[in-house]
Design a protein around this ligand. Structure first.
Ligand code: CP
Length: 304
């Protein structure tokens, strides 16, 4: 039985295969509509979500399966003091696969140690978000036609941004990837990711505070939200929240085929005047998320 807690739980070959299946689902939806008949997905969300929870639920329904779960801890027996480990043991009696989001880093890993069904990490604190990364990879593959030879700008909260951490880990396994890390000093990429992923794999990267400095070089611009829920101090959040705002003027020197991504939700960091730009791919990215999660459910349930 396989769990997906970290993007590294999937090899490059497995990711390529998931992307292939997701593309086939996009082109032949009817072929997949009964693949999970009689199966149940449990979505256990101890932290708020729109895209991840609903795309998992939609994915399972489009495969013919059913969905159970909760969208906030307060509506589960966790509010009475039940542990994550006990919750997982119980929910495993009612479901075939579990997608779980938790504010504490490592909680899905703990769950996987106790679970008798596959666990998918749907985001743990500021740590990892592997299925967002699968979404990002499918989007890049479909929009750019490749996952190698790319200069990727990551902008905003690189410290707490779990989507950024998982995406760097995943993209570092492809050839000729360069990163431009754009953040204020307070929200720089953690040292352990620079050392253990970028430097260990000889990946080229630069750090800058300027959104403009490297704009012309980028193939991908991955914007992120400054996350209020990760700050201990409201003053720091208020000072940093609008540090970067991407608007049409900022894109003047960008490549014509730049691909602008954002895991969403956005607050102010992308102006709505960018939404109509053909380079804005963040709403397409949402749609790709459902298809790659369908492919992942099929893989973990070992459905042919
Ligand atoms: N991208 C993402 O994780 O969005 P949600 O928080 O709405 O699930």
């Amino acid at each position: 039985m396989k769990h997906v807690i970290d993007i590294k739980d999937l090899s490059v070959e497995e990711i390529d295969s998931l992307i292939k299946v997701a593309k086939d689902i996009i082109n032949h939806k009817e072929k997949y509509s009964h693949k999970c008949d009689g199966k149940k997905l449990a979505t256990l969300f101890f932290e708020p979500s729109t895209r991840t929870r609903l795309s998992f639920e939609s994915a399972m329904m489009e495969l013919g399966g059913n969905v159970i779960g909760f969208s906030e801890a307060s509506s589960s027996s966790v509010s009475k003091g039940e542990t994550v480990a006990d919750t997982i043991r119980v929910v495993g009696c009612y479901s075939d696969i579990i997608a779980m989001r938790h504010p504490k880093e490592g909680a899905p890993y703990v769950a996987s140690m106790k679970s008798e069904v596959p666990i998918i990490n749907a985001g743990d604190g500021g740590h990892n978000h592997p299925t967002q990364t699968l979404t990002d990879l499918l989007t890049i593959e479909c929009e750019k036609g490749r996952l190698d030879n790319l200069t990727i700008g990551l902008c905003g909260d690189l410290k707490f941004g779990r989507t950024v951490h998982s995406l760097i880990t995943a993209m570092s396994r492809y050839k000729n990837i360069k990163f431009v890390l754009i953040s204020p000093d307070e929200l720089k990429l953690p040292e352990y990711i620079k050392k253990d992923i970028l430097e260990k794999n000889n990946i080229e990267y630069v750090e800058t505070k300027s959104m403009d400095e490297y704009m012309k070089d980028l193939d991908i611009l991955y914007m992120t939200r400054v996350q209020r829920e990760r700050f201990f101090n409201e003053e720091d959040y208020v000072r940093l929240k609008d540090y970067y705002i991407l608007n049409k003027a900022k894109l003047e020197n960008a490549k014509k085929d730049l691909c602008i991504l954002h895991p969403l939700p956005r607050v102010n960091e992308i102006s709505t005047d960018v939404d109509d730009d053909p380079r804005a791919c963040y709403f397409k990215q949402v749609r790709y998320g459902k298809y790659i999660r369908m492919a992942l459910i099929l893989k973990l349930l070992e459905v042919k």
